[in-house]
Design a protein around this ligand. Structure first.
Ligand code: ZN
Ligand code: ZN
Length: 353
């Protein structure tokens, strides 16, 4: 089976809301970063939709981020914007679903930073909700803002150690993801950057904290396709949205190493099943992973519990029982603890018929 991997960046703001770049500038930054697609999600507007298209070979899609001040919801593939309803976000979820769109709960456990916007955070408030496509498991800007307990730490991590600052997807968010999937809901995990490329003016100094191009080299969502991404924009758009909807994707913190070439799959004697697949348990089934680096540390999760931890050049795990399996991959720096790198989407192994 041929398999093609496409890196892309999700959750980006343009000048249609509070970002500093136009749709075209964002696409050019994405091309420079080596991405195949981007999904721009401006606050409460789909105005950018008229500019959707292929720029510098980057499939540039326009979705929306709905709701303020809390319960932010990302929606893709919609022709018209949902009305915000932060006090009852289930109505927004239902609108997106009824319109055939994809919907993701954005930065659900955001903590905010005492140094920015007076500690303001934008978490998801109303639980439980149902019918959403997935969760934004790891959001770069949101994670960054919530990390630093002191200004000194923030300065140190910003100027001297940006990689170490990112400590992985929030554990409480991974637990929520596992809780939903274990309860029978298909929930897709994606990564996002919440890229704004804010420009700050300090007297005569102009500062840009995180440029689009910088962020497009951080947390990306890679798609797995069984055929090449089409040159026709509309066909490529459908391929991208279908792969995301089906959970045929994984999150990679590319600042550590590019995630291209990673794969996590289930294999029987006859067939391979990609991430997002549902299959019946059968003796002889194996879960396998390939990585584009020589060695990594694997943590295999079944129904929210780690069932294997260990390092190697690949993973080969004989499946003993049904369950919902997903994989976390870590890279060990020369000094220090392994750092979170890749989060797969789950493979759903049901009881034998
Ligand atoms: Zn948001
Ligand atoms: Zn946002």
């Amino acid at each position: 089976m041929a398999l093609y991997t496409y890196p892309g960046n999700i959750h980006i703001h343009s000048t249609y809301s509070d970002g500093s770049g136009s749709v075209k500038q964002i696409a050019i930054a994405a091309a420079r970063a080596g991405l195949s697609y981007v999904i721009i999600t401006d606050h409460e507007t789909l105005e950018g939709l008229a500019e959707e298209g292929l720029y510098s070979k980057v499939v540039t899609l326009v979705g929306i981020e709905v709701n303020r001040p809390h319960s932010h919801y990302l929606a893709f593939g919609l022709p018209k914007p949902p009305a915000p309803d932060p006090e009852n976000p289930q109505t927004v979820i239902d609108f997106v679903r009824a319109g055939g769109g994809l919907g993701f709960i954005a930065h659900p456990f955001e903590k905010g930073s005492p140094y920015l916007e007076k500690g303001q955070a934008y978490p998801w408030i109303n639980w439980p909700v149902f019918g959403f496509t997935g969760l934004e498991i790891w959001n770069y800007s949101s994670h960054w803002r919530g990390l630093h307990s002191s200004l000194l730490m923030a300065i140190y991590f910003f100027f001297f150690n940006r990689k170490a600052a990112m400590r992985g997807a929030p554990p409480e968010l991974l637990a929520l993801w596992d809780c939903y999937t274990r309860s029978g809901y298909r929930v897709v995990g994606i990564g996002g950057t919440d890229a704004h490329a804010f420009i700050y003016h300090l007297g005569f100094l102009t500062l840009q904290i995180f440029s689009y191009q910088f962020l497009f080299g951080t947390i990306n969502t890679y798609l797995l396709l069984e055929e090449e991404l089409a040159e026709d924009f509309q066909v490529a758009k459908t391929q991208i949205l279908t792969a995301i909807k089906d959970g045929r994707c994984y999150i990679s913190f590319d600042s550590l190493a590019k995630g291209s070439g990673f794969n996590f799959y289930a294999a029987s004697a006859e067939k391979c099943y990609l991430m997002g697949s549902t299959l019946a348990y059968a003796p002889g089934l194996v879960l396998a992973a390939e990585i584009p680096v020589k060695r990594a540390f694997f943590r295999l999760i079944r129904d929210g519990e780690a069932v294997y931890s260990g390092s190697g050049s690949c993973l080969h795990f004989p499946v003993q029982m049904p369950g919902i399996y997903r994989l976390e991959v870590f890279l060990k720096p020369l000094i220090g603890q392994p750092r979170p790198w890749i989060y797969s989407n789950p493979i759903f192994i049901n009881k034998a018929e």
